[in-house]
Design a protein around this ligand. Sequence first.
Ligand code: ATP
Ligand code: MG
Length: 377
Amino acid sequence: MMEEENDKNVLDDLLQGTSDAVDSHMLDTLITKVDELKESGKNIEDRSLNKKAYGLDIGTSRIVSMKRGEDASGLESADELNAFIAVSETKFLKDMLTKNKMAYTKIKDDIAILGYAAQQFANTFNSEIRRPMKKGLITPDEIYALPVMKEIIGLVLPRPDEVGQPLCFSVPAPEPGSEMDLVFHEGMLRKHLVGLGYKAKSISEGMAIVLSDLADDNFTGIGISMGAGMCNVCLSFLSVPVIVFSISRGGDDIDASVARTMRETVNRVRVIKEESLDFTRTPKSNLENALIIYYEDLITTLLNALTNILSRAEKLPRLNQAIPIVLGGGTCMPNGFKAKFEQLLKEVNMPIAISSVRLARDPLRATAMGALISASV
Ligand SMILES: Nc1ncnc2c1ncn2[C@@H]1O[C@H](COP(=O)(O)OP(=O)(O)OP(=O)(O)O)[C@@H](O)[C@H]1O
Ligand SMILES: [Mg+2]
């Protein structure tokens, strides 16, 4: 809470006289914070408590945990699909799940098969998975949402070794009109994580991308996470989030739109998209054409929203130089995605100069990485 207050004060000061140079005391504060965050991003960390810090990306499609580890990369991570299937309990089913080491839990009279095991089960029995989250938030349409998510989190996050172990989890940026849903989402997750014994705080997903990939730019630039349920954006100035917003569209919407127009199942579209979409070659089928059309529409919608929000912003810090955009999230994964994004960026009238567009070093784990850096300071 203190940290959030500090950020808010720094931000208020920063934006007060936006045409003036930043005052020297505030600059010192910011530089100290930037240094701390950079230090936290390094693999070898001396402070022992912080070695136990966890980053947790709670996404619409996947939940990813990350901590510092002993292996070559200096990191350890685990991920699960944020999905389940509920089936009536039978002894045969339980034996089969146990024998195949598939994660499950009992909820009321049902067995909920969890995570990647649910996808495997759905593929085998030709059924659809259910999701505890939609558009970045816990969904009220799914009665098992909370118990299932607690179990899936438990698959990637052990109980803390000691009380008060630091953890930072990602939350989406509020959407105009649904701010109160975010309050519930954040509150429920925080309560659960604190209940496990963690000292939990949250970070906006776009800011997590900035922390994970913009250290060399002193955390100044635009971080974008393009996920399954939404796209989250953060313009950060020296590690202070200045503009944070989201659009409630992502990879799921591409899958649903293509499935509708091509009379295909959502699951088949998703598999084709993930396995073979390539922006650098001529599309081989109508389905690939449709994927490209909806992909372009998503990127253009995102860029238009960014352009509008930046143009309307009353106060922006004075940026003396062009700033980078860094892209994370699973929707950025297809071959040639960055070039496609750059091409569409040229077509909008961005009110601030962009120096480069980059992909996060590890797009699927960038949010968890940023959350880990935040948890470690
Ligand atoms: N290789 C790939 N090519 C295209 N899309 C991919 C690829 N790998 C994953 N995706 C898509 O990325 C999305 C999942 O990304 P990610 O894990 O970043 O989302 P999330 O964090 O769970 O969701 P959100 O941030 O919206 O809540 C899904 O729509 C998935 O189909
Ligand atoms: Mg995400």
